[in-house]
Design a protein around this ligand. Structure first.
Ligand code: ADP
Ligand code: MG
Length: 671
């Protein structure tokens, strides 16, 4: 019945140290010829020189000796917070000197409690949260943590101070909170390094009697490093240390301590969930820490906000322009073929075109009546009417151009074949030119001046939207090519357009045009493109532009990432002592890594989310207020999330690793 009466205790015990053999004679902790040497060469310090000792369940030892004799070092070795340079450390009979960090941390977490001279409480956390800290790293659920922590606080007489922060507590109370923290995980060993060193004598006495009560009531083994004979007097045995060596031991003369402790079976049970910090607690911690540094986190995230907003917006503009261009090209019709001199591969530097109106006629003859053929030559010119002027693309076209390239009229008519043959000075205006020159009045029958030559307006076009980068299809004036030649002096065509009778006949007509050009101009290179190829070409050009712009925007992401790295480094430096405390209560190096990495990633992702919202708002405004189209696609959203995550991880991992690699004892030592 007795064994069944405390099943959880059995479970808890087996979790804490699965291989442990509970023999009454077996010491809890053994040091065998342990050395600790710092530095090398001239800086070499032998802090502990071949110390052997054992601590049994229920022991109460005091370690005394002059300053610098190696007492603290010895205590850190006993607490598995430091590895010996040589010699063996056995815990529960098992050699732990070379266990990996995670295993040592788990042992510290479950079997050992530390009390430091400077208390080492987390200043911003209330007493309860401080006491819960070791339980957090055991993966206990919140409710259980709270219960155990409250019990530990009650045991040190501070149940009513659970929600006070360290700054609201006296030194003695702070140290009792620290004792409660050491106690909360029901360790078998409590190690205290000059626990009364920062206290007045009354508070000191209180802490010492607390330790000795824990020793007697719970059977916890206690090792106290102290200068104070009164503190040592509470112990059952005093070890003297000098120059890194144990030089003697004694029973305290005042022998206030006496009764043999209760058996350790009364140790309260604990069962953790896998003995790991829970994701939920990790997240809560990270969010809490960022929340306390709200302004700093916000400013840090700003770089990512701007970077993500810029990238998403540029991608959105790219996508918008692309679909606009696609629509524009598609509006030309899927049966359109364009022929122009030069190749697609040659970018920049148009070759001198050999094409003329004669070619248009000849191609028309070859293709027959069912196809429609026209040519055009474009140039830029100043166009004016009355007192107003604009700079526009002036397109000289052969007869029937409007039948090949669909451009719906808003008013009036296109010029006739006869007008083209006669070189009549008539013009059809794009919507933008119309608006600029004539505002709201009708331009039909009025005169516009193109490069100093007068043209009569016979028609106006409906707007079609800009179909490309730097090319506005509404800012155009169409005139007969014969008339333009009189103005510009050019007789060659930039391109010849062919409208095939149907989409399915495009390849055949393309081949015919190619054949004609090859025969007529042997040795010259031409491009003859169907709609698919035009779309492909435009898409490729736009992709290059989008990528180039996004790369520039990505620079601000890098800057943002460096900001995050910087602040995470600062945070690690600020919280070095906190890292030491967490490691002492059993946080694995990996837990520390995750803690800081998570903060970096949360900062970055929050920045990314805000940046995405800004980009969506920006795209909406752009679409409403400017002619630049912008579309935030799902792909851009995924890009934003991915970028923010990537920046956080990439720039957070190095500072986080630095934090994880800190030596726990060194971290604790920095004040
Ligand atoms: P005590 O606690 O008895 O005052 P310590 O254990 O702190 O002594 O230090 C023992 C010796 O080891 C001292 O000479 C100290 O300067 C040296 N020491 C302690 N820690 C380090 C370290 N990280 N690097 C170099 N020397 C150290
Ligand atoms: Mg010391």
């Amino acid at each position: 019945m007795e064994a069944a009466g405390n099943p959880v205790a059995e479970e808890g015990r087996s979790l804490l140290s699965p291989h442990e053999v509970e023999a009454p004679s077996r010491p809890l902790l053994e040091l065998e010829g342990v050395w600790k040497v710092y530095g090398r060469g001239r800086g070499r310090v032998e802090a502990v020189k071949g110390v052997s000792l054992s601590v049994h369940q229920g022991d109460f030892l005091a370690v005394m000796g002059p300053s610098g004799s190696g007492k603290s070092t010895l205590l850190h070795l006993m607490g598995l917070l430091q590895r010996p340079t040589s010699g063996r450390v056995l815990f529960g009979g098992r050699d732990v000197s070379s266990l990996p960090d995670a295993a040592l941390s788990a042992l510290r977490n479950t079997e050992i409690g530390f009390v430091f001279q400077a208390f080492h409480l987390l200043p911003r956390a209330p007493a309860l949260a401080n006491v819960e800290l070791p339980l957090l790293y055991r993966g206990l659920p919140a409710r259980e943590r709270r219960k155990l922590a409250l019990a530990a606080l009650a045991r040190v007489g501070l149940a009513d101070r659970a929600h006070h922060r360290p700054s609201e507590l006296s030194g003695g109370e702070q140290q009792r909170v620290a004792v409660a923290r050491a106690l909360a995980g029901s360790p078998r060993l409590i190690l205290a390094d000059e626990p009364t060193g920062n206290l007045d004598s009354a508070s000191g006495r209180e802490v010492v009697s607390l330790l000795s009560r824990l020793n007697q009531e719970l059977g916890v083994a206690v090792v106290v490093v102290t200068h104070d004979p009164e503190v040592a007097g509470a112990a059952r045995k005093i070890l003297w240390m000098r120059d890194g060596v144990l030089v003697g031991e004694a029973e305290p003369s005042s022998a206030t301590a006496a009764p043999s402790p209760q058996p350790s079976s009364e140790r309260p049970p604990l069962a953790g969930k896998g003995g790991r910090l829970r994701l939920r607690d990790l997240l809560r911690q990270g969010l809490g820490s960022l929340g306390r540094n709200r302004l700093r986190a916000g400013l840090t995230a700003l770089g990512v906000v701007i970077g993500v907003a810029a990238v998403v917006l540029l991608v959105a503009v790219g996508a918008g322009v692309r679909s606009e261009v696609t629509r524009g090209i598609q509006s030309l019709g899927s049966d359109l073929i364009v022929a122009f001199p030069g190749s697609l591969e040659v970018s920049g530097g148009h070759p001198v075109s050999p094409l003329t109106s004669v070619d248009v006629s000849r191609i028309q003859e070859r293709l027959g009546e069912r196809a429609r053929v026209a040519g055009s030559v474009a140039s830029s010119a100043r166009v004016s009417a009355g007192g107003r002027r604009v700079f526009a693309t002036v397109d000289g076209t052969t007869a029937g151009f409007h039948e090949v390239v669909a451009r719906p009229l808003a008013a009036g008519r296109w010029y006739t074949r006869g007008e083209v043959e006669a070189g009549a000075r008539v013009a059809v205006l794009g919507s933008k030119v119309t608006r600029s020159l004539f505002a709201d009045s009708s331009p039909l029958g009025r005169t516009v001046t193109v490069a100093g030559v007068s043209f009569r307006v016979v028609g106006t076009l409906v707007p079609v939207g800009s179909a490309g980068i730097g090319f506005d299809r509404d800012n155009m004036v169409f005139v007969p090519i014969t008339a333009l030649q009189a103005v510009a002096g050019r007789t060659t065509l930039d391109a010849i357009f062919v409208k095939a009778p149907s989409t399915s006949e495009v390849p055949r007509y393309k081949a015919l045009v190619e054949e004609y050009l090859a025969r007529t101009y042997p040795g010259d290179e031409f491009s003859v493109l169907g709609q698919d190829q035009i779309l492909d070409l435009a898409g490729r050009l736009l992709a290059v532009v989008t990528i180039a712009l996004s790369a520039i925007a990505a620079i601000s992401l890098v800057v943002g990432g460096i900001g995050i790295m910087n602040v995470t480094l600062v945070s690690v430096a600020e919280r070095t002592r906190e890292i030491g405390v967490r490691r002492a209560v059993g946080a694995r190096a990996k837990d520390v890594l995750w803690q800081f990495l998570l903060e970096a990633v949360l900062t970055s992702v929050a920045g990314g989310a805000v940046g995405l919202l800004l980009a969506v708002a920006g795209a909406y405004l752009l679409a409403r207020l400017s002619p630049v189209p912008a579309e935030v696609t799902p792909w851009a959203v995924a890009l934003a999330v991915g970028l923010a995550l990537g920046v956080g991880v990439f720039f957070g991992v190095w500072p986080a690793r630095r934090a994880a690699r800190l030596d726990p004892v060194e971290a604790l030592g920095r004040e």
